[in-house]
Ligand binder design. Sequence first.
Ligand code: 5RP
Length: 262
Amino acid sequence: MNWGLKNRLNRIFSPKDGRTVMLAVDHGYFLGPVSKLEDPRKTIEPLLPYTDALMLTRGVLRNCVSDAIDVPVVLRVSGGNSIVGESLSNEGLTVSMEDAIRLNVAAVALSLYIGTEHEHQTILNLAKLVDEGEKYGIPVLAVTAVGKELDKRDVKYLSLCCRIAAEMGAHAVKTYYCDNFEKIVKSCPVPVVIAGGPKLNTELDALKLAYDAVQRGARGVDMGRNIWQSKHPVAMLKAVKAIVHDKATVKKAQQVFNSSKK
Ligand code: 5RP
């Protein structure tokens, strides 16, 4: 791994504990203006001080995020699908590596759709992106299992997805939490972070999810809806951060949440 690539990974995963609290706000690329992300600037700005990295598309980055920020950007560079289209898995690469570099990103991210009709093309998208990333020192985050594929959220399926992503050269993988999550981590030779998925019933549920994931080897979260669809997004992000970086228990994290609520 070259110095630049390692340095960028260290900007995302803290060299102190190897973990990250990434804020995912890329949902609009196929979902459009999802609830609480209708005005991305308004959602993102108050969360930036508590975020280790920001995952988003170039359109939102250019138009809704100040160029004075000091938060590393993980740029989503796959798309070509929509929630009302024929197939969510039909993705291609949507941003050139040159433009990603111009945007000064710390990493690029794309989705893999294992077990779908477009499995082959999304795996090749990943391989191509890794080749480009290695050329310029830009790490690649592979996102496994979204949309309908989430029905297959079990350790066998997610281990398969994560391992294939790592074998293709992804530098980190984002997946979903499931029972026996530690098996996914053990069989994936690159860092694994979890997405939060759709908003859970309570903040406590989301804190438990983050806690269980890091206890079982996740190197942090790349969480969206369970943060910014909370009535108290800043408090929620602070609480998740306490779990990921400060070894907080769920009870302690809940105290952080309660004391940070406005
Ligand atoms: C969708 C994504 C999202 O960033 C991911 O789902 C994380 O957000 P959430 O915690 O809301 O699930 O990559 O493809």
